[in-house]
Design a protein around this ligand. Structure first.
Ligand code: SF4
Length: 244
């Protein structure tokens, strides 16, 4: 691989004092270990939409039927930042074509990926995603995105980093005029990484690639990498790939 993979990181995990209370959530595994192997690029959605630091905290509130989750100030729910966070997510996605993954802050109504607290009819549930990250996941489904809490689990950490390297190799290949032959070679190199129990994914990939002769490469490539990365979610990568 020519380039170091580039990772987007919630700025508070890098020790930047960007949280609502003016503090940070420095994660030393990120700053002391991952920083040796990856180029880390920080972002803070709440600052990016113009909120000051310190600021009033926000939380997620669901509409009457559990849908239409909004990010509003806790003290004044009329102050609704949902559209601005979503818009920033779209802008962000538009300029991270060379990112091979993102690490986001857990439990944040903006950055959290899974299990973020949502208030539903006055009762808290843990079923939400932060609105920025929800947009990121929707628009870049192939991109490895994990919370810093996930990196504490050795298997999940290995899996995330393995997927980041696969993504980076794909990006390098795509940047150098992808051809059908190169795509097939790439698949030959990576298909054995897909766990056997991902039968559906394997079948879909076979169907997609069997029609390669008659289909425009530009329409196959995005589906290919989305399916492959989906298939690698449960892969146990060799540990020598993974920084301790
Ligand atoms: S969790 Fe996200 S929005 Fe909140 S301070 Fe960290 S980077 Fe900013």
């Amino acid at each position: 691989m020519d380039a170091r993979p580039k990772l987007g990181i919630s700025g508070c995990l890098l020790g930047q004092k960007v949280r609502y209370d003016g503090g940070h959530k420095l994660n030393r595994y990120v700053t002391e270990t991952l920083a040796e192997f990856f180029d880390l690029v920080s972002f803070c959605p709440e600052q990016a939409i113009g909120l000051p630091t310190p600021r009033n905290p926000i939380r997620l509130i669901a509409g009457p039927f559990g849908a239409d989750v909004r990010a509003v100030e806790i003290e004044d729910p009329a102050k609704d930042y949902s559209e601005r966070l979503d818009r920033f997510g779209r802008e962000f996605v538009g300029r991270i074509g060379d990112f091979s993954g993102c690490i986001v802050k857990k439990n944040s109504p903006s950055c959290g990926k899974d299990g973020v607290k949502v208030l539903e009819r006055g009762n808290p549930s843990r079923r939400g995603s932060g609105l920025f990250t929800a947009r990121l996941l929707a628009d870049r489904p192939e991109l490895p995105v994990e919370e810093e809490g996930t990196l504490a689990d050795p298997l999940l950490r290995e899996n995330f980093i393995g997927r980041v390297y696969v993504m980076c190799r794909w990006q390098e290949l795509s940047a150098r005029a992808l051809t059908k032959k190169k795509l097939l070679d790439f698949h030959a190199r990576h298909r054995s990484l897909i766990p056997n129990d991902e039968e559906e994914i394997n079948l879909e990939l076979s169907r997609l690639l069997s029609g390669l002769e008659s289909i425009e490469l530009a329409s196959v490539a995005p589906n290919y990498i989305r399916l492959l990365m989906h298939g690698l979610r449960g892969t146990v990568f060799k540990s020598e790939m993974v920084p301790e």
